[in-house]
Design a protein around this ligand. Structure first.
Ligand code: NAP
Length: 243
């Protein structure tokens, strides 16, 4: 008998928004593989959800150690034969980031390495598995700060949030969404950029106006889009965002 339960991979699932995306997907009946760069912390997070009766398991995925990525794809293929949902959630900020005149180049490099290049590597490795799904869904965790339009709009509340490394890495991630959506046109795979809102996590130093559970809602909604799903969108809780 074919297993009809959907299979998801969420990167950076051991805490923050990724942990809550995992919880909500699993509560919706999805089997969730919890990507974590620290396997022990991934397993601890998975244990907590398993004890609550949810179908989750930890898997090593470190966006900065590329050998872990094909290894994860191989393990998922061997165990499940496909992947239905990829949530590219893992991401970082950097203390040496800032306006273009002062941010360190090393910080910008670290941000691009993780938020863009690492995510690109995960996406490439998982595509052959997503193609085996009847309706693959890719959700890229975006931010309004990655919008070129917003960064250039003096009337925007985000206009002063000048973090050249973080914002550029997330603009690059948006480019992945746009180009991949175009490349996958005519397939059953849908890819979107989803900004969660301003969420109280370690990444924001506990600042924000949403809990991680609230921040997980829109990404989960886009991970579970049905047959009429539209690909290549950039959305936030307030609605569509200009690229
Ligand atoms: N919070 C917000 O307001 C907000 C707004 C817009 C977008 N976002 C985006 O939402 C996503 C989740 O953010 P969050 O607020 O939940 O942050 P968080 O609490 O700091 O969690 C980030 C997660 O990413 C993981 N991670 C970092 N680098 C990694 C790597 N090299 N390989 C694998 N995993 C890695 C972290 O693992 P460790 O525990 O090992 O560090 C952690 O699990 C990010 O992409 C962020 O840019 C957040």
């Amino acid at each position: 008998m074919t297993d009809t339960k959907k299979i998801a991979l969420v990167t950076g699932a051991n805490k923050g928004i990724g942990l809550e995306i995992t919880r909500q997907l699993a509560e919706a009946g999805v089997t969730v593989l919890m990507g974590a760069r620290d396997v022990a912390r991934g397993e601890a997070a998975a244990r907590e959800l398993s004890e609550a009766g949810l179908a989750v398991e930890a898997i090593e995925v470190d966006l900065n150690r590329e050998e872990t990525i094909p290894a994860a794809a191989k393990a998922i293929l061997a165990r499940y034969g496909r992947l239905d949902i990829l949530v590219n959630n893992a991401g970082i900020v950097d203390a040496e980031d800032g306006p273009p005149s002062v941010a360190t180049v090393d910080a910008a490099r670290r941000l691009m390495e993780t938020n863009f290049l690492g995510t690109l590597a995960v996406t490439q490795a998982m595509l052959p598995l997503l193609i085996k799904s009847s309706a693959g869904r890719i959700v890229n965790l975006a931010t309004t700060l990655g919008s070129l339009s917003v960064n250039g709009d003096p009337s925007s509340p985000y206009y002063e949030a000048r973090l050249i490394g973080y914002n550029a890495s997330k603009a690059a991630l948006n480019m992945l969404t746009v180009q991949l959506a175009a490349e996958l046109k005519g397939t059953s795979i849908v890819v979107n950029s989803v900004a969660p809102g301003y969420v109280k996590t370690d990444l924001t130093g506990g600042n924000g106006y949403m809990t991680p559970a609230e921040g997980a809602r829109l990404p989960v909604q886009y991970a579970l889009l049905g047959d009429d799903a539209v690909s290549g969108q950039f959305v936030a809780p307030e609605g569509p965002v200009a690229w």
